[in-house]
Design a protein around this ligand. Structure first.
Ligand code: NAD
Length: 242
């Protein structure tokens, strides 16, 4: 922990890659856990863009359940520690696979969302943008005034990632000399490649997870445990360094 704190303190450009694991302590289950969304909804039936296009009303039922768990969730100690690291000028940006908006709610400013955000939606026909508060979810799927189906701006399997976010994520990855990899199994691309690219460029990889992930073999430091406990401790170590 102390050595990892030292690497962070002496670094020029620290970035973080986060996944569902950073939000489990906020009450949002990750995909792999027993209570996760995919234990209830078959990923093949609900996770793909083709399923949404074929039967938006059915997939929207799952989305409403997801949104309800997100809207009740509050940032946890891990999100707040990361926001503080940014305020201190240490952390330059967060690349997240999460769509739950909790980094922003904790106060983080430079958040790159690879898989979108549940709070913004788009009409698939006329491309009109909506915020979640503007959409009436009493009848599913919600329809635009043009009668097009409204879809949340989250990335389904089979969809391309938002180009701007991908470009920014690769830019941060190429510039970093320390990458924190927090609460992600690193099972989906391109997120999974980012720590490998950073490592290839000579960056130090600090992983925070409760178990091994697909990138654990390239980690210089593995801080095993809950992100909500490890990150505040890491932040304290950094503050206590001379
Ligand atoms: P994942 O479910 O594949 O992996 C989660 C990882 O977090 C696991 O390695 C697990 O060991 C670890 N973990 C769980 N609780 C933890 C904790 N308290 N502290 C530290 N580590 C913990 O999630 P992923 O890698 O993000 O990828 C899967 C996809 O899931 C992503 O595309 C993401 O969009 C989506 N997702 C997002 C949310 C969210 O927005 N909160 C929730 C569920 C799934």
């Amino acid at each position: 922990m102390k050595e990892a704190a030292e690497r962070i303190k002496e670094a020029r450009f620290v970035v973080a890659l986060t996944g569902a694991g950073i939000s489990t302590e906020s009450g949002i289950p990750d995909f792999r856990s027993k209570n996760g969304l995919w234990s209830k909804y078959d990923i093949n039936e609900y996770g793909y863009i083709d399923s949404f296009l074929k039967n938006p009303g059915k997939v929207w039922k799952m989305i409403v359940e997801m949104i309800s768990s997100f809207s009740h969730a509050k940032p946890n100690a891990a999100h707040y520690a990361m926001a503080e690291m940014e305020k201190m000028g240490i952390l330059k940006g967060i690349i997240t696979q999460n769509i739950d908006n909790l980094h922003q709610e904790a106060g983080s400013k430079n958040v790159i969302e690879l898989h979108g955000n549940y709070r913004s939606l788009t009409c698939m026909k006329c491309k009109r943008k909506y915020s979640i508060e503007e959409v009436n979810l009493s009848e599913l799927p919600p329809l635009c005034s043009c009668n097009g189906v409204i879809k949340p701006d989250i990335v389904f399997f089979g969809e391309t990632l938002p180009m701007n976010a991908v470009i920014k994520a690769f830019d941060l990855t190429n510039r970093c000399d320390v990458m924190l990899v927090i609460g992600t199994s690193c099972a989906v691309s391109p997120a999974a490649e980012l720590p490998l690219i950073a490592k290839q460029n000579g960056a130090t990889i600090i992983e925070i997870n409760m178990e091994e992930s697909m990138i654990s073999h390239v980690a210089d430091y593995q801080l095993m445990g809950k992100a909500g406990e490890i990150l505040p401790r890491l932040l304290n170590e950094i503050k206590n360094l001379p």
